[in-house]
Design a protein around this ligand. Structure first.
Ligand code: ADP
Length: 153
């Protein structure tokens, strides 16, 4: 059976933290789907098409990584894609508390799904997409926070 994982998130935009988690998880799975969750009630800052394009660019050399978007529950999306793992990154204790609830609820909704957590590499602990957006909005240089080669508009 193919070990297929879904890495769900908003990736608004993708950061070096996300990139690091995905690269480190390559040996664990046969296929990783980076799945951009679309929340109808929360408008994203960057266009979905740009977010997809940047992720495709970052993982162009890795055929086992693909990008998609979804609405609705992550567990339903995993079922649709025949994925049995959810991949998440853990930065802080706050992440842990948040992820614990979601992970346990997802397990109740689909007992066949396992959430796999990777601890962030210390250098990336402080990076998150919302900080990147803030720095960007105020004209700061975000290049050290986002994967190499990505050009924000
Ligand atoms: P953010 O929290 O940056 O807005 P997402 O909602 O897109 O990011 O999160 C998707 C997943 O990526 C989550 O599991 C989150 O914990 C993880 N993640 C985000 N930033 C980092 C980072 N710097 N290091 C490790 N994991 C991260």
């Amino acid at each position: 059976m193919i070990r297929r994982a879904v890495f769900p998130g908003s990736f608004d935009p993708i950061t070096r933290g996300h990139e690091n988690i995905i690269l480190r998880s390559l040996p664990l799975f046969d296929e990783i789907i980076i799945a951009i969750g679309i929340n109808m009630e929360k408008k994203s800052f960057f266009e979905l098409s740009d977010r997809i394009k940047w992720i495709e660019q970052v993982f162009a050399a890795y055929p086992q990584v693909r990008v998609d978007s979804f609405t609705g529950l992550t567990v339903d999306y995993c079922k649709k894609m025949d994925a049995t793992f959810i991949l998440r990154g853990l930065r802080t204790a706050a992440d842990f508390e948040f992820e614990r609830t979601i992970g346990q609820i997802n397990k109740k909704l689909n007992s066949g799904l396992e959430t796999i957590f990777l601890l962030t590499t210390p250098d990336f602990t402080s990076i998150n997409s919302s900080i990147v957006r803030d720095v960007y909005k105020h004209g700061g240089d975000v290049s050290i926070f986002i994967p190499e080669g990505i050009k924000l508009p």
